[in-house]
Design a protein around this ligand. Structure first.
Ligand SMILES: Nc1ncnc2c1ncn2[C@@H]1O[C@H](COP(=O)(O)OP(=O)(O)OP(=O)(O)O)[C@@H](O)[C@H]1O
Ligand SMILES: [Mg+2]
Length: 322
């Protein structure tokens, strides 16, 4: 490809991205302001989850765990939905089921009109807490590798990698190795790799979980800017109440295990969100509501682990007796 062709491709990519940005803005405005009663919800469903339950191990066995129970949810196209809930309530399990990495014991997930039966690399990309970059490849090579696995033509990989690195502010570090980056920069690189795949859906499992609070805040602000420019549907697992309120269009609060959705909270605030949203009365009100919903569930989760530890201790003392 010569320079003029590459330039043309870049321009059409930017055009498409801008067009998608405009489309989502229109949809968001339609959703938030539309209709005579101001409540004209016209949302398209990106992911449809129906009656999903899952358990690990054999029933009656010592390792039997009911992780998820009869969970149903419609995820709207273009929204960022946060999943929040006590540790072990099945958030990652649900994310893995949505992404086709795991088959549910019961229930279905549909993306568009297609039932999820395995990974769908054209539709769904992942970002995990552990960024899983290849340490022997540079940042840009890592991004290109993701596209290679997805089957993107070689000629397109370079320009798409550069655009996604620019989107996360890492273009100047394209030739660095992961070990030469900070933790926050590594997560940006992982995000760039996921963005370069141009999937409509991005599943993020505690992507900023291992980072310090200040870095998380900055990455959160960047993600909100990104959201305002694209129509990606993002499902984002977090333990941070503040992060959930700052980023989410809606927050799904999970009960203790077996997890199911206890309540969904709307955060009616346009993207990109400004840092002063964090100090607003609205932010505090929603955060407090989340806290009160979660508090009882976290207590239950803690007492569940105490009970299972006691059972395990009883079993091992029985085994130890002659
Ligand atoms: N591969 C597995 N084999 C056996 N049990 C599993 C497996 N994966 C998860 N579990 C169990 O299922 C339950 C739900 O796990 P999951 O990882 O989905 O929770 P989570 O909500 O993501 O927790 P955290 O917030 O700590 O990441 C837990 O009790 C966990 O021990
Ligand atoms: Mg998890």
């Amino acid at each position: 490809m010569d320079a003029i062709e590459a330039q043309g491709e870049l321009e059409s990519f930017i055009d498409q991205a801008l067009h998608r940005g405009i489309c989502i803005q229109e949809r968001v405005e339609e959703r938030r302001g539309g209709g005579e009663d101001g409540n004209n919800v016209t949302d398209e469903v990106a992911v449809r989850i129906r009656g999903v339950s899952h358990q690990f191990g054999e029933q009656g066995g010592t390792r039997y765990v009911r992780a998820l129970l009869d969970t149903s949810l419609d995820i709207r196209r273009g929204e960022l939905l946060c999943l929040i809930g006590p540790s072990g309530c099945g958030k990652s399990t649900l994310l893995n089921i949505m992404g086709g990495l795991m088959e549910p014991a019961a229930g279905t997930v549909e993306v568009g009109n297609q039932r999820v039966r395995g990974p769908m690399p054209q539709e769904i990309a992942f970002v995990f807490q552990e960024n899983a970059l290849f340490p022997w490849s540079t940042v840009i090579e890592n991004v290109k590798l993701g596209m290679m696995f997805q089957g993107v033509r070689k000629a397109k990989r370079e320009s798409r990698a550069k655009l996604s690195l620019e989107a996360v502010g890492l273009m100047d570090f394209a030739d660095y190795y992961p070990s030469q980056l900070s933790g926050g920069m590594r997560q940006r690189a992982a995000l760039a790799r996921a963005l370069s795949l141009e999937t409509g859906i991005l599943l993020m499992d505690e992507p900023f979980g291992a980072l310090d609070e200040q870095t998380r805040m900055v990455l959160g602000e960047d993600l909100s800017v990104l959201l305002s420019r694209t129509d990606k549907t993002i499902v984002f697992v977090t333990h941070s109440l503040g992060e959930a309120v700052f980023l989410a269009d809606r927050v799904a609060v999970f009960s203790a295990r077996p997890g199911t959705i206890k309540e969904i909270i709307e955060v009616d605030e346009p993207h990109p969100r400004k840092p002063d949203f964090i100090t607003s009365e609205k932010f505090t009100r929603i955060r407090n509501r989340l806290y009160s919903l979660l508090h009882d569930e976290i207590r239950k989760a803690v007492s569940q682990s105490a009970v299972s530890e006691r059972v395990a201790a009883d079993e091992s003392s029985r085994e130890a007796k002659p």
